[in-house]
Design a protein around this ligand. Structure first.
Ligand code: HAM
Length: 410
């Protein structure tokens, strides 16, 4: 038996129905904010991701050489591809650009609950503005999308500029940011003590410990000093409060990817175990690294699979009609099925089953009606119809049958 690759999944119709319902919630919300859907290739030049996505992601990349010897990679995320696309395709489009995507990503990670090698992100990018209003817009979009799913979640907001400012001048800043991202407090302490930066250590630890309501921003000012970054974060927080968006300020949010420059945010949900982060985002600068003009941008990606796990969806009952053919009358059955399919969901026999077995198959599928077509039906012009839910059986013309089915349309 050939099984699916580790860390990948198959989705059966019931799961797909739930996922599609969730996707529709996200799409509708993104459209309401004026975002348009985009699509980029599943694979890109490896370099696109190694330039700035962070050590973490490089180890996790699915990369390969194609037959022409080019180094390619399956996308581990979509922010870098979207930025590349904007540089290549969107010169003359008015700013800001508002894009959303729903696509699969690939990361060579150790699979566990909620962590896959192929997973889906629903994301949005707002490109061209570094205003606090841009941060507010994307945070509000992510928050609204999640509210509409009905799941319970917590939004945390920080600012990597404030963290990086404290670390400025220190070698291997990205390494420390990664330790902070992993909440590895002991690792941060060890590293900064080892390189003799005890003063910086005190300030970093104070910052990591700064979390709470909007008032903690003022407290943070005391040990970080006044800065545009703190003012920016405060403004974002005020706008969000005004929108009645619930959040916690957490100045220890470092994010796992290296391209963030400003406000960052993460959303966590209960009931997922260790992999409880369902959204990550923030403002970033990438375009100048890919040969474009420097441009500010902000965005986020929702971890679709993790949210789907928590999302409860009651599937609507789908009415199905089984057209049952008496052996030899398959052509008539096909014709009738085509006619009925203009409005209803219809199945026909493709297994060469007897009439009796077609009936039991229709029952086992939960079909609502079985409609028999054979010599008698052709001669009388009436169909034999059995309501499989009630057991009632009667004869009607095709027109009457269709008329009686009002409300069963797909
Ligand atoms: P990220 O935090 O790496 O950010 O990924 C976003 C979300 O994808 C995570 O919060 C998580 O829910 C989900 N996720 C990540 N890895 C896996 C996995 N192996 N299995 C299942 N779900 C996973 C980004 O990718 C950024 N591009 C987000 C962004 C957009 N920042 C600005 N714009």
């Amino acid at each position: 038996m050939i099984s699916r690759p580790r860390g990948t999944r198959d989705f059966l119709p019931s799961e797909m129905e739930k996922r599609r319902a969730l996707e529709m919630i996200f799409r509708e919300t993104a459209e309401k904010y004026g975002y348009g859907e985009i699509k980029t290739p599943v694979f890109e030049h490896l370099e696109l991701f190694t330039i700035k996505s962070g050590e973490g992601i490089i180890q996790e990349i699915y990369n390969f050489k194609d037959k022409g010897g080019r180094d390619l990679a399956l996308r581990p995320e979509l922010t870098a591809p979207v930025t590349r696309m904007v540089i290549e395709e969107c010169h003359s489009m008015p700013r800001p650009l508002r894009f959303y995507y729903f696509d699969n990503c690939f990361r060579y990670e150790r699979p566990q609950k909620g962590r896959y090698r192929e997973f889906w992100q629903f994301g949005a990018e707002l490109i061209g503005s570094n205003s606090p209003l841009a941060d507010v817009e994307v945070i509000s979009l992510a928050y609204t999308m999640l509210l509409k799913t009905g799941i319970k979640f917590e939004l945390n907001i920080g600012h990597v500029g404030i963290l990086r400012d404290i670390l400025s001048g220190i070698e291997n800043q990205n390494h420390i940011m990664r330790l902070i991202d992993k909440k590895d407090r002991a690792g941060v302490e060890d590293y900064l003590k080892r390189i003799g930066e005890v003063d910086v250590l005190d300030r970093v630890l104070s910052l990591i410990d700064t979390s709470g309501g909007i008032e903690v921003i003022e407290r943070a000012r005391e040990f970080t000093g006044k800065s545009d970054d703190i003012d920016h974060l405060e403004l974002v927080a005020k706008y969000l409060e005004n929108l009645e968006i619930e959040f916690t300020i957490d100045l220890g949010i470092a994010r796992g990817l290296d391209y963030y420059t400003g406000v960052v945010f993460e959303v966590y949900a209960e009931g997922l175990g260790a992999q409880n982060q369902i959204c990550g985002g923030g403002s970033y600068r990438l375009a100048h690294l890919f040969g474009g003009k420097d441009m500010p941008a902000t965005g986020f990606a929702l971890g679709f699979d993790r949210i789907a796990e928590l999302f409860s969806h009651t599937s609507e009952k789908k009415s199905i009609i089984a057209v049952i053919s008496v052996p030899g009358y398959e052509e008539h059955a096909l014709k009738l099925a085509s006619r009925l399919r203009e409005r209803f969901r219809v199945i026909t026999d493709v297994m060469g089953r007897s009439v009796k077995n077609q009936f039991s198959h229709a029952s086992s599928l939960g079909c609502d009606y079985a409609v028999v077509i054979g010599m008698k039906e052709i001669e009388t012009g009436k169909l034999t119809v059995k309501n499989l839910q009630t057991g009632d059986q009667y004869e009607v013309t095709p027109e009457e049958f269709i008329k009686n089915l009002n409300g069963m349309e797909t």
